[in-house]
Design a protein around this ligand. Structure first.
Ligand code: GLP
Length: 247
């Protein structure tokens, strides 16, 4: 794993957006695995700026998101479809048919089957990832089998609480989600993880301070990937007592 330390959240976003732009420059037909959450917002803002300045084109790019809440229609303000449309897709020239986000309202078996079929047909050149406070990646909660494929997850209470800040109340946070499995996340040619916020300290320590790779902290599997880059903010690196040449 390579570690890069950015001054602040915004700079981390700029750095990650630059890596995405470079991936697309090298392969204009790239398939990008995308992520949601507060940590990713500066990435998409920076990507929109790069697009406006003619530094990236999405004409031939395909995207696929990590996950979606089960039961939320794509039109719901907190669905990940709305997140992606409002942060990125509405602001760049991209064929929306080339953007895959599982449909949370389909029957569970069909969601997983269609999602997995798409993933099998579209290897990712780059997978963008955030991390949950409990170390989850996508919505792969602690204990998920490392070879897992697309599946329905019952969200941990902590995850629902963490994500309740985006909803009117915790009761509105769906109890289930569909997620890309750990196995498919690991198949990406490159993985870029952006970690921001003091709530992620445990995950950072598990990544950099301990050697172990354990399903109880799903993000630790990234230690086994041949091309994973972790972008951290300076304050978080300091809290975890890391120095950039440590990774
Ligand atoms: C959700 C997403 C994850 C994301 C996590 C962190 O649970 N499913 O993919 O990594 O949120 O979100 P945030 O960046 O808001 O802390």
């Amino acid at each position: 794993m390579k570690m890069l330390v950015a001054k602040n959240h915004e700079e981390a976003g700029v750095l990650v957006a630059g890596m995405i732009a470079e991936t697309v420059r090298l392969n204009p037909n790239a398939c990008l695995g995308l992520a949601t959450g507060g940590s990713m917002e500066p990435v998409y803002a920076a990507l929109v700026r790069l697009f406006e300045n003619g530094k990236i084109r999405f004409d031939s790019v395909t995207t696929v998101n990590l996950d979606e809440y089960a039961g939320l229609p794509p039109s719901h303000p907190q669905s990940y479809r709305q997140y992606m449309n409002s942060r990125l897709f509405d602001h760049v020239k991209i064929d929306i048919r080339n953007t895959c986000i599982p449909l949370g309202t389909e029957p569970p078996e069909k969601i997983c089957r269609d999602f997995q079929k798409f993933l099998d047909a579209h290897p990712r050149d780059l997978q963008l990832l955030g991390v949950g406070a409990n170390g989850h990646i996508g919505f792969n909660e602690p204990g998920t089998f490392f070879e897992s494929q697309a599946h329905i997850v019952t969200l941990n209470e902590q995850t629902r609480e963490d994500n309740s800040r985006f909803f009117a109340s915790i009761d509105d946070v769906p109890k289930q989600a569909v997620t890309m499995g750990v196995g498919d996340i690991m198949k990406a040619s490159a993985i870029v993880i952006l970690i921001h916020g003091s709530g992620k300290l445990r995950a950072v320590r598990e990544l950099f301070t301990h050697e172990r790779v354990i399903p109880e902290v799903p993000c630790t599997v990234l230690k086994l990937h041949r091309n994973a880059t972790i972008v951290l903010t300076e304050d978080l690196a300091r809290m975890a007592e890391l120095t950039p040449d440590r990774a």
